[in-house]
Design a protein. Structure first.
Length: 177
């Protein structure tokens, strides 16, 4: 049985990773653990988000050396003009030596969520969303996307799509293969 190590204990991320891998591997054991992301609690640009995802994958592989695949997911905020977007990046490392990245769909964050972080009132997105909604551990549940979309899209879905996009390269590295 193949082993997939994921550098997160977040239930939403774990469910998304599991759903994505089921397209390619029918039987596997998913081992989840908290690991350092190397970038801090709130990544603010593509570079930090990619670095966080890769660091999580590397650190999960260091903890579970027998893993066939190591997965790191990092959510973050990117700026475009005067608007801010939230997305996830996934890094999957194969024990056979290959690796790939994938991105989730992104969505525009409302100013009321971004401004407290920019002003230094809050350290990360989850803190702000919890204070505005009274939903505890929102990042482990539906996430901001689940609240804003009224449950149509959940955080698990973003994790699923980011992971699936990474797996495409690992399992289909060529148009002819």
């Amino acid at each position: 049985m193949r082993i997939i190590a994921i550098g997160s204990s977040n239930p939403a991320k774990i469910k998304g990773v599991e759903r994505a891998f089921r397209h390619y591997i029918k039987e596997f054991k998913l081992v989840s653990m908290s690991v350092d992301n190397c970038v801090g609690p709130q990544p603010w640009n593509y570079e930090e988000i990619f670095k966080g995802a890769e660091c999580r994958a590397i650190n999960s592989l260091r903890k579970i050396r027998e893993a066939d695949y190591a997965v790191g997911l990092e959510a973050g905020i990117v700026r475009h003009g005067d608007r801010y977007y939230i997305l996830q990046v996934c890094c999957v490392i194969s024990s056979e030596g290959g690796s790939a990245f994938g991105l989730s769909p992104g969505f525009e964050a409302p100013a009321e969520v971004i401004e407290p972080i920019l002003k230094g009132v809050a350290n990360e997105l989850e803190d702000v969303v919890e204070s505005l909604t009274d939903v505890e551990q929102v990042g482990e549940k539906v996430g901001l996307i689940g609240i804003m979309s009224k449950g149509i899209v959940r955080r698990e879905d973003l994790s699923y799509h980011a992971t699936l996009m990474a797996l495409i390269k690992l399992f289909h590295s060529s148009l002819r293969g």
